[in-house]
Ligand binder design. Sequence first.
Ligand SMILES: NC(=O)c1ccc[n+]([C@@H]2O[C@H](COP(=O)([O-])OP(=O)(O)OC[C@H]3O[C@@H](n4cnc5c(N)ncnc54)[C@H](OP(=O)(O)O)[C@@H]3O)[C@@H](O)[C@H]2O)c1
Length: 289
Amino acid sequence: MRVLITGSNGQLGSEIKELVTNYKKVDFIFKDLPELDICNFKALQTFIIDHNINAVINCAAYTAVDKAEEESIIATKVNNEGVLNIVNALAKVNGKLIHISTDYVFDGDHFSPYKELDPVSPIGVYGETKRAGELAVINSDIDSVVIRTSWLYSSYGNNFVKTMLRLGSEKENLGVIFDQVGTPTYARDLAKCCLDILAFSKETNINSKGNLYHFSNEGVASWYDFAISIMELGGKNCKINPIQTKDYPTLAKRPQYSVLNKSKIKIDFKIEIPYWRDSLKDCIEKIKN
Ligand SMILES: NC(=O)c1ccc[n+]([C@@H]2O[C@H](COP(=O)([O-])OP(=O)(O)OC[C@H]3O[C@@H](n4cnc5c(N)ncnc54)[C@H](OP(=O)(O)O)[C@@H]3O)[C@@H](O)[C@H]2O)c1
């Protein structure tokens, strides 16, 4: 089996790169811009055919949530048209796709964890383009899995954890939003989940057409709780003060509540999910070392 990881220099792609040494029966190829652009259908299709690719884990995405409000064309190109290109290229070789989507397809107007088939209603451009990408996969006939995740962080790339650790060294006080609630997710745990699903499908020979799943770490937090934990585990003496969303204006609106229900992925693939604070501790230890 030969698996292509697109967008491989991002948070998730980098975590997959680190983990694949444990998956010896599979051949992995890692590609990102400028070498392989998912928006260039011809190049993508040629690559997939020439390298006998059987599966793709698509980690490529336009992920700048605020900038997307002003760059909807490029966000659509990557998050929708790029995904459609992967689907169409895989259709020619009967290949499998694991695609990643987001909790931002929901409007946040909920009081209990979102299930996969709850109605979506994105409130920003990023969420809209990611929803279009989901539909490109779901409406196709290829063997595919779409995994929605939330609040991704890693020792790689730029993310909330690394920003807080930096600000924690620079500032004595910091205001962080307490009225947006979700679940932080260590990209390493999502990477393992993607690889486990791939291994499971290979072992069982089960095909799934556009099956939707939710994956985040276990538990619930506001950005305020998340920030406090980062300061504690990172050994920073910076006081975090709770502020409201209205006091921290951003270009994009974000859902107030985006906790995901993960029962389906746990049952179907027998996946065990760590508690968010345990994974955060692991990530911060890694960053420190
Ligand atoms: N980050 C989060 O908080 C979060 C939350 C929920 C869901 N997700 C989803 O989880 C997935 C992984 O996110 P992530 O945080 O790992 O993303 P990331 O760190 O932003 O990585 C995305 C990678 O894709 C590359 N890329 C962009 N356009 C491309 C193109 N046209 N062709 C090929 N590669 C391209 C990027 O390159 P450049 O850096 O050069 O643009 C980057 O290396 C994405 O689908 C994202 O939407 C993320």
